[in-house]
Design a protein around this ligand. Structure first.
Ligand code: SF4
Length: 317
């Protein structure tokens, strides 16, 4: 039997800040729902948990294709841009069709579910096409960048991580990080974070801090030996944007993590076993705009009592 072990990650922290009830559905109510024969609520929450909206879908698909490109390059089998683009289109077409047919209800791990399909949002074909095209642009920008050319010439033995899910311990909790790419270069460890959304340097601070904490533990190096870069793939000619990694970043990140972990644990009735208090303790967000985009809207108790908007309309994206 798999245990629901308490862990912390940047995405878990974001969920918790957005809406504690959403966090409850995501981390507790859905537990065990991967089993087709799980109780109805767990199965439903699990399927909803795995839905992606179109922005997340775009980000994940681009990351996935770049991961494949770099892994092939690492073993001396470079992938042409045309091949990478064809792969991207194939993945997106397949995902879109299977989501539209709602196959994710049969197997949400194998079949992508799009939020827009589950919640029957009116999205025109032109908008879907634009999402595909802007994803393809990200890939083209990556291939055209000076960084990619430099990577092609790198000694691949110095490549350390390509999209691996890694973990380390902090404050008696497992901390999960997924570095997009890390390598050794000029006596330092360089960490890269691919971005497919808007340019938001500040929002990445805790994420980069967590990566740096991981790197210090994993490779037993001082903070001064780490460099971190954001790489905005939506830029036509992307360049690396360095994020300062220093003692202040580490200290600030640790303080944020500690406060976040403490707040999450306050909602547990058994901290050792990661057993949550009754759901009533997990507050609904007061920012109801977020509910329009929430995967759990159709099961949320907040709306089982009264509809959020006049006439019961549940709003559009
Ligand atoms: S619908 Fe709103 S209140 Fe309910 S879980 Fe989602 S974000 Fe929270």
């Amino acid at each position: 039997m798999i245990e629901n072990v308490f862990s912390w990650s940047k995405s878990r922290d974001e969920e918790f800040r957005e809406c504690q009830r959403k966090y409850f559905y995501n981390r507790y109510a859905s537990w065990g729902g991967w089993d087709r024969n799980a109780p109805k609520e767990a199965r439903m929450a699990y399927v909803l948990k795995n839905l992606k909206n179109r922005w997340a879908w775009k980000g994940e698909t681009v990351h996935h294709v770049i991961e494949d490109v770099l892994k092939s390059l690492k073993i001396g089998q470079p992938v042409t841009l045309d091949t990478a683009l064809a792969r991207l289109t194939q993945i997106m077409r397949c995902d879109y069709r299977s989501s539209k047919a709602k196959k994710y209800w049969d197997d949400p791990k194998k079949n992508l579910g799009l939020f827009e399909h589950e919640y029957e949002r009116e999205i025109s074909d032109a908008v879907w096409k634009e999402f595909h095209d802007s994803s393809a642009e990200c890939l083209k920008n990556f291939y055209g960048s000076a960084l990619f050319k430099e990577m092609a010439a790198d000694d691949k033995n110095a490549w350390l991580v390509i999209e691996d899910l890694e973990e380390f311990e902090f404050a008696d909790a497992k901390i999960y990080v997924k570095l997009d790419f890390a390598r050794q270069k000029n006596g330092k460890i360089e960490i890269f974070d691919w971005k497919t959304g808007k340019n938001d340097h500040e929002a990445a601070t805790v994420q980069i801090g967590a990566y740096a904490m991981y790197a210090m533990k994993r490779w037993e190096i001082p903070v001064s030996d780490i460099q971190a870069f954001l790489f905005y793939l939506t830029d036509r000619a992307p360049v690396v944007s360095e994020k300062a990694v220093n003692d202040a970043l580490i200290q600030g990140t640790q303080e944020t993590m500690l406060a976040s972990i403490r707040a999450m644990r306050e909602l547990l009735s058994d901290v050792g076993k990661n057993i949550p208090k009754p759901r009533e303790n997990f507050a609904f967000t007061t920012n109801t705009r977020l509910c329009n985009y929430c995967n759990f809207y159709k099961v949320c108790e907040k709306y089982k009592v009264a509809p959020p908007y006049e006439g019961g309309a549940r709003g559009g994206l």
